[in-house]
Design a protein around this ligand. Sequence first.
Ligand code: MRU
Length: 344
Amino acid sequence: VTSAIAPVRWEHDRLVLLDQRLLPAQELERVYGRWEDVADAIRTLAVRGAPAIGVAAAFGVVLAARTSTAMTFGALAADLDVAFKGLAGTRPTAVNLFWALDRMRRALESLTDRPLDEVRARLLKEAQAILDEDVAANRALGEHGAALVPGRARILTHCNAGALATAGYGTALGVVRSAHTQGKVAWLWVDETRPVMQGSRLTAWECVRDGIPHRLIADVAAASLMARGEVDLVVTGADRIAANGDTANKIGTYALAVLARHHGVPFYIAAPYSTIDPTLPSGAHIPIEERDPGEVRRVGDRPTAPEGSPVYNPAFDVTPATLISAIITERGVVRPPYRFSEGG
Ligand code: MRU
């Protein structure tokens, strides 16, 4: 199955984002011309998923360079510095954001004192390369991961690590897509993924669109499915992987990893190298985003709790490396003990 879902793309000098807040009810693309609006789109989850956030931010830098009225390289670099900081301040957990911004900054620094038209063109090229490389990485890791999937597999996933969460094809859902192409997927159990419902709104939407057999479940159903032997493997994406393999991903992932270990079910993480942060020795150092209490007090616009109830709403949790059977990357399948180092 190939996927034509393109959540982030560059068209006619503008960034186009498929507004993921509106899915599955509405498929609406929005056009962005200012980096500040891209930052807002990242913050409010119009674009989300670790690699997709990185790609969108890279194009945000491109827009900042294009809208800047600077006449000298130094003035442009000063304007871009504001954009780099603003884009970096949107969401703290997914390292792909900072990885992509670092790449853009290095591209900028390599062009010191070059003509501004050349700088702008080169930044666009770099952002496009980040996008293209992400799609290629997902296709490669999808193939590597599919080799781990047995025939007639019932796979469970959490959140959305699909085409929507990346530049295209997906990480965890990329593995499912590749395995499905090989005829190995009986069906995908799709966790609905409270509080923001990325599973039911986005993963199920991708499955319907691409004809991937699936069954939607409430998050709380996973334990009894595993107890009944109805899950052959779990695969999820990642927002940041520390040097020792500890992995931050959508809240609820850790619970699945504990359940999988208890029931003897393989638990895999699928992610490109841009999600690995070798500068952090362990998951204890990964910053965990806390989001608006309203996400927990409501489902969509509908209140499901008293407005006065205090809320704790961490968007991510950390799964210790000891619970992860393997990490599926574009370079191959990595088994424990994990020791990621700078430069790969
Ligand atoms: O809050 P979100 O929707 O950005 O969280 C996304 C996830 O947790 C994904 O699993 C992760 O970013 C990997 S996406 C390929």
